[in-house]
Design a protein around this ligand. Structure first.
Ligand SMILES: *[C@@H]1O[C@H](CO)[C@@H](O)[C@H](O)[C@H]1NC(C)=O
Ligand SMILES: *[C@@H]1O[C@H](CO)[C@@H](O)[C@H](O)[C@H]1NC(C)=O
Ligand SMILES: *[C@@H]1O[C@H](CO)[C@@H](O)[C@H](O)[C@H]1NC(C)=O
Length: 414
């Protein structure tokens, strides 16, 4: 299921985030500081418009280090070739208590009030997991700040270790305008710290305390299983960036595929990118909201429209004419009554996927499941169910959305 190959940075360009042209790979393992793979990193536009990329390299002794590259020819509109700096690695895994193989994925840089660049790097240390903070004047020579940007004690919870693919960005409650971190820093914005941990991309909303140079979450939740997730489906290792052209923040993640190794090799890839999404903070200041980028609508053709369908328990309405693997579905369900909603058990929040499995698509509840059966074979041997249930919580109703993948792929027996 895991098919890494030689981890390199591929390179594709697009003017609309929908149609992509694949170019030659730009960062490949070819020296001691990345010979075991060119892993995740982030691009930063330096003052003067010069882009650079900091990325994690795996060295031969399973150490993780941070390396810097810059465009060979900054006037090439496609930035086809990149050069590794002679100083690589620019950051070594030398921190007391640091596990040298758990030190990766530098963020995009931002400028603090003192005019110095900062980045955060995920790290697992003896008793805690952290977003380590580094400072630099020139992006080449980095010093670790004594305290992390944010950290969590690991003594009680085992499922929170190693924050991968950290992302730290500024957001304004109820305003879907994206912000450039450096430009927004003094404007009293809120901040989101996103980390990929376990199987999910989770985040905390808080403020960036400039005096302490630290992220302070609005609410401290010790058990990271209760942290909000960017997406409860197949979505990991996301990164966001500020799109200065359209003034929005865009996030996209990696969807793993469940193909076997030989199928991956035959296809030529393993895993896909999700559709890019605009991301912003809800007006309640607590939760990130997201929506596929507008450009995706350019792919909409062959609309099929049904309205006013009445569905009773057990009914199934077949939508004919969708014979593609990709469909953009807008659906509104109107319930005639929600009196039958069953009580919501807060312990489900610890692992909603587990509850989705227990309350599978074929298990009838007070309200639900109702939803869609997609990618179904004619005899329904193979199908995927996206279903919803409504529960009654203390003051409000809760909606559970599940995707049941258990019948999504029925492979013929060998
Ligand atoms: C460092 O992390 C790796 C990967 O999780 C683990 O296998 C190894 O035991 C860790 N080393 C120490 C000294 O904790
Ligand atoms: C983690 O918690 C333990 C027990 O409460 C405490 O002794 C230790 O100092 C804490 N470590 C950090 C890094 O906060
Ligand atoms: C959202 O933020 C932008 C940038 O700060 C600002 O120009 C705009 O007026 C704000 N919009 C609303 C609706 O507050």
């Amino acid at each position: 299921l895991w098919c890494w190959g030689d981890i390199t940075w591929g390179h594709s360009v697009s003017t609309d985030l929908v149609n992509w042209i694949q170019l030659e790979p730009v960062i490949e393992p070819d020296n001691p500081s990345d010979i075991d793979g060119c892993w995740t990193g982030s691009a930063t536009i330096l003052s003067g418009g010069q882009p650079v990329i900091l990325y994690t390299g795996g060295s031969r002794d399973k150490c993780q280090v941070q390396n810097l590259v810059h465009p060979k020819n900054p006037s090439d509109p496609y930035l086809r070739e990149w050069t590794k700096t002679g100083n690589n690695p620019v950051i070594q895994p030398v921190v007391p208590g640091l596990n040298r193989s758990q030190f990766r994925d530098p963020t995009t840089g931002w400028i603090g009030p003192d005019g110095l660049w900062r980045i955060a790097v995920g790290a697992e240390l003896k008793s805690y997991t952290a977003a380590l903070l580094y400072k630099s004047e020139d992006f080449l020579s980095w010093t670790r700040v004594d305290h992390p940007l944010y950290s969590q004690n690991l003594s009680n919870i085992v499922e929170c270790n190693m924050w991968e693919c950290l992302d730290f960005f500024a957001v304004l409650p109820g305003n879907n305008t994206g912000l450039d971190m450096s430009a927004a820093i003094l404007r009293g914005t809120k901040h989101a710290l996103k980390m990929s941990v376990g199987y999910f991309d989770k985040y905390l909303i808080g403020v960036y305390d400039l005096k302490r140079d630290a992220f302070v979450p609005d609410t401290i939740v010790d058990d990271c299983r209760l942290w909000l997730k960017i997406d409860y489906g197949n979505f990991y290792a996301s990164k966001s960036f500020f799109d200065s052209k359209k003034g929005r923040r865009i996030i996209w993640g990696w969807s793993k595929e469940a193909d076997c190794r030989s199928d991956d090799v035959a296809k030529g890839w393993a895993g896909i990118h999700t559709i890019p999404r605009t991301i912003w903070l809800d007006s309640n200041g607590k939760q990130l909201l997201q929506w596929p980028v507008d450009e995706i609508e350019s792919l909409r053709t062959n609309e099929i429209n049904h309205q006013g369908l009445e569905l009773n328990k057990g009914d199934m309405f077949e939508i004919n004419g969708v014979d593609t693997f990709q469909a953009d579905v807008e659906i509104y369900f109107e319930l005639t009554s929600i009196n039958a909603a069953e009580p919501f058990d807060p312990s489900w929040l610890l692992d909603p996927e587990k509850h989705c499995c227990e309350a599978g698509a074929s298990v009838h509840g007070g309200i639900g499941p109702f939803g869609l059966v997609i990618l179904a074979s004619n005899n329904m041997d193979e199908h995927t169910v996206v279903h919803f249930r409504v529960y009654k919580s203390q003051q409000k109703y809760m909606i559970l959305m599940c995707s049941d993948l258990r019948r999504s792929s029925i492979r013929p027996s060998p």
